[in-house]
Design a binder for this molecule. Structure first.
Ligand code: BES
Ligand code: ZN
Ligand code: ZN
Length: 481
């Protein structure tokens, strides 16, 4: 699908999309077909779509009247959803070429970027492994109608880059765990890095053993699939500062729970336990293309968590890369075990700031539902930057506490720390466990267990991986001063 920019809707498109605000009448529609409003068929409510043919005053065969909701409440983030939903609506009708007229007031750079991103992400389908794709509907060209300036063209490109990065993340996230094991995840990262000219280093089990990454390795030891620690480097041509941001993503390609095995019902969802890692790979692709002026390293600890004769057992004590010993009381709390060694590695690489994203706890989904990712931090300044970036990207985030008392729950009788607390505040004790290894480096932890996957399709996005928090990762880095 091609997305381009033109200053006029005068083209022989199959359809042109226009926005109708809630409580207002679109002048051209009201002039050509007033009965639509008289019959109350067009209200302008957000995501309401009305397709009409042969509307006087328009060159295209059809006009899609897209409800934008209340104009005062509209934002580029809503435009992204609206345009994505419009694409999915028109694609459903098997239309190939259409134009989107950006409404007055929402035709600047942020809106153009958002529209382009929405078109690309809206077009994604989880059909890569279907053999017969002949019945698939495909869109060929979408034109965004706005002034043709160099700034607007750059904004369109930025939106396309973000959309393509999100789709890469989602392609990786939907791959089944028999195909996407840790080494395959590393291959996806290698392919991306080679295409974008990024340096990549994949540490295998042997190197991790030499370094003493006992915490990460203990999770991997129950699986026939070897682990990988994927390290992707972006270095700016001219750095604006000595800052070095590490983006760390949980890459559990399948989480059975290990010996502390999960119930069968719903276990298939645990192929998405690498969504944090997939978001880091996608973010690094976007970063390579958008060239921010700060150093960024993407780090993905990749393992499969399986029960077996060699598995880590509840009560095993392992020595982490930091040197601290960890008592494994529940092998299903494996995300934190792999993340701490990645965090220590990031610090050794010289990271001055760290953000990790992980499908870490069911507890965060209980606390916040699918509406927001939970955010934890040891540094309010970095949290402020993160929340500002999230708002621009349109990722819903909610700050969660890291009270010192949570550390009490992690006291081990035999080791420096244990990997689970009590039933209560599970997302917070998980974050507290990570904090123990982060120490003083400014850090944000994002628990995406409730937000990384849509169980149902949305009008603007197919069912499946959301790519959260890729947009926030990239925005944070682009805004870094
Ligand atoms: N990958 C899961 C968390 C998860 C649960 C993600 C549901 C998405 C949906 C994680 O590894 C896990 O199993 N966490 C346990 C921790 C517990 C054993 C302390 C959990 O949340 O139950
Ligand atoms: Zn688990
Ligand atoms: Zn997990």
């Amino acid at each position: 699908m091609e997305v381009n920019l033109r200053s006029t809707a005068t083209l022989a498109a199959d359809a042109v999309v226009i926005v109708n605000w809630d409580g207002e009448q679109h002048a051209a529609v009201a002039a050509a077909l007033p009965s639509l409003y008289e019959a109350g068929e067009v209200s302008g409510k957000f995501l309401e779509f009305t397709l009409v043919h042969g509307l006087a005053g328009f060159d295209s065969k059809r006009v899609l009247i897209a409800g934008g909701g209340k104009k005062e409440k509209f934002t580029p983030v809503l435009l992204k959803k609206l345009v994505a939903a419009a694409l999915r609506f028109l694609k459903g009708k098997n239309l190939k070429n259409f134009a989107v007229v950006l409404p007055a007031g929402f035709d600047g750079e942020a809106s153009i970027a958002a529209a382009a991103e929405g078109l690309i992400t809206g077009n994604w389908e989880p059909d890569a492994l279907k053999t017969d794709r002949s019945a698939d509907k495909t869109v060929e060209t979408v034109t965004v109608v706005a002034a043709l300036t160099p700034e607007n063209t750059a904004a369109l490109t930025r939106g396309i880059v973000l959309g393509e990065a999100e789709n890469l993340t989602r392609d990786i996230a939907v791959e089944p765990p028999n195909v996407l094991n840790p080494l395959a995840l590393a291959e996806r990262a290698r392919k991306m890095a080679a295409a974008e000219g990024l340096k990549i280093d994949v540490l295998d089990r042997h190197r991790m053993e030499q370094l003493g990454m006992g915490s990460l390795l203990c999770v991997a030891q129950g699986s026939a699939a070897p682990p990988a620690l994927i390290v992707i480097e972006y270095r700016p041509a001219q750095a604006a500062s000595a800052d070095h941001i590490a983006l760390i993503g949980k890459g559990v390609t399948f989480d059975t729970g290990g010996i502390s095995i999960k119930p069968a019902d719903g276990m298939e969802k645990m192929k998405y336990d690498m969504c944090g890692g997939a978001a880091v790979i996608g973010a690094m692709q976007a970063i390579a293309r958008l060239k921010p002026s700060v150093a960024v390293t993407g780090i993905i600890p990749a393992v499969e968590n399986m029960p077996g004769p060699a598995s880590v057992r509840p009560s095993d004590i392992v020595k982490s890369f930091s040197g601290k010993t960890v008592e494994v009381l529940n092998t299903d709390a494996e995300g934190r075990l792999i993340l701490i060694d990645a965090i220590t590695y990031a610090k050794k690489l010289g990271a001055t700031h760290m953000v990790d994203a992980a499908t870490l706890t069911g507890a965060i989904a209980v606390a916040l539902g699918p509406s927001a990712s939970g955010v934890f931090t040891n540094n309010d300044a970095l949290l402020g930057r993160w929340m500002a970036a999230a708002q621009v990207a349109g990722d819903s985030m909610w700050p969660m506490p890291l009270f010192d008392e949570y550390r009490e729950q992690l006291k081990s009788v035999y080791a420096d720390i244990q990997n689970i607390g009590t039933r209560w505040g599970g997302a917070c004790t998980a974050a507290m466990f990570l904090k123990e290894f982060v120490e003083d480096t400014p850090w944000v932890h994002v628990d995406i267990a409730g937000t990384a996957w849509y169980d149902d399709a949305k009008p603007f996005l197919a069912k499946g991986p959301t790519a959260v928090p890729l947009g926030t990762f990239v925005q944070l880095v682009l805004d870094w001063k």
